[in-house]
Write a protein that binds this ligand. Structure first.
Ligand SMILES: Cc1ncc(COP(=O)(O)O)c(C=O)c1O
Length: 395
């Protein structure tokens, strides 16, 4: 539901970070989908190439534990400072998909247990829950959240009333993928932990987007750094509470599997560790070229303005109230009813791409069609205007 407090203004572009030449994206496009796979600064590729060259000069020495472990520990410490997270609980993984599967396999699920999540969870996470549950005869339960979401209170009450004596694990999104909303973790996590239920927070969008993303009371938390953290592709972290470190292990056992939590994750066979080692360099580069606070402010202000502009243009609504969108760089807005003539959302998405060079994800929930706009430093009001014109022309 859109609670309007007067139209916002688009923010002024940032200096270097808003320069489209700094990004690897094709600048002819209105690329409004940073949220799916991120997009990379050119300089980050260069920083990563430096690590790759160092590796290739002497692969054996570089990957030898004696040399690699201190580098990974230093990278985890820097990333921990950036995320405001205790580095002793952090390990690198390739993406949140990897972290979810790891957590589900480490949660000690058994026959009769229930794993609870919401209908706003990411599709791939729902699949991972189904697969793990079916392998141990546990039950996945997906509690339905409305869209638009009326309030955090409503979300809290729906989730807590779905908990049963069999609930062993609850998977909560920090920022939901289809609806771009913050779930009320501050109240939900303590309420669930008090009932001795394990909580995994899917923070795929949190790192780099939110000011203090680390949800302290969770059992596990994972965030991508290749989305809003501007690290190379294949960079994410998993954080595990002290109580669960002894049982949390990578899915692919390797030499270090029995050598402690962080050591086990630091060696998962021969692999490219350059995305992980580059992350602190990318974070530092942004810090010295405008800074994270300015970047977050710009992205959130652009998302706020986009919400107002689209709601005005289409006479529709956002997927949730402004109070659930604080600091969020994406916004999900209902499309006008006329777009339903496209029958399938992907057909409309493809037409916007092919005819107008607009990249934006579209989905439907019964008769309502929604689209999610991601705002990153390169996003301009003109991109949003192109979307409005595109929908007017073909919607
Ligand atoms: C909420 C959420 N969880 C998990 C994922 C999976 O992230 P990845 O594809 O990097 O594994 C995504 C990806 O967009 C997401 O939005």
């Amino acid at each position: 539901m859109a609670i309007r407090t007067g139209p916002s203004k688009p923010p002024s572009p940032l200096g270097v970070l808003s320069d489209p030449r700094r990004w690897m994206l094709d600048a002819d496009w209105a690329f409004l989908n940073h949220g799916s796979f991120g997009s990379r600064l050119r300089v980050v590729q260069e920083l990563q190439n430096t690590w790759m060259s160092r590796f290739e000069r002497h692969p054996v020495r570089f990957l030898d534990e004696q040399y690699l472990k201190p580098k990974l520990d230093a990278a985890l410490a820097a990333v921990g400072r950036f995320l405001n997270a205790d580095p002793a609980g952090l390990v690198f993984v390739s993406n949140v998909t990897d972290a979810v599967a790891t957590v589900l396999a480490s949660a000690g699920l058994s026959s009769g247990d229930e794993v609870l999540t919401t209908s706003h969870a990411y599709g791939a996470v729902l699949r991972a829950i189904e697969v793990q549950c079916s392998s141990v005869d546990a039950t996945p339960r997906v509690v339905s959240l409305p869209c638009p979401v009326p309030s955090s209170k409503e979300v809290e009450s729906i989730i807590l009333s779905a908990v049963t004596s069999r609930t062993r694990l609850v998977v909560l999104d920090q920022v939901t993928s289809p609806t771009a909303l913050r779930l009320p973790l501050e109240s939900l996590i303590p309420a669930l932990r008090k009932r001795r239920i394990q909580v995994f927070v899917d923070g795929a969008h949190a790192g780099g987007m939110l000011v203090k993303p680390f949800p302290k009371a969770a059992t596990w938390w994972s965030t991508n750094l290749h989305k809003w953290g501007l690290a190379p592709l294949g960079c994410a972290v998993l954080w595990t509470a002290r109580s669960h470190r002894a049982r949390t292990r990578p899915l692919a056992p390797s030499h270090a599997h029995f050598m402690g939590y962080q050591t086990a994750f630091s060696w998962q066979g021969t692999r490219d560790v350059s995305p992980w080692l580059t992350a602190p360099d990318a974070i530092a580069w942004v810090r010295s070229h405008g800074g994270w606070a300015a970047l977050r402010r710009y992205n959130a202000a652009m998302a706020r303005w986009t919400a107002d502009r689209l709601v005005d243009a289409w006479g529709t609504t956002t997927a949730g109230p402004r109070s659930m969108r604080q600091g969020v760089s994406m916004v999900t807005v209902q499309l006008p009813a006329s777009v339903r003539r496209w029958k399938v959302p992907d057909a409309l998405r493809d037409a916007l791409a092919n005819e107008h060079k607009i990249e934006v994800p579209i989905w439907k929930d019964g008769p309502r069609w929604w689209l999610r706009v991601s705002c990153q430093a390169y996003t301009r009001p003109s991109h949003v205007e192109r979307l409005i014109n595109g929908i007017k022309a073909i919607g």
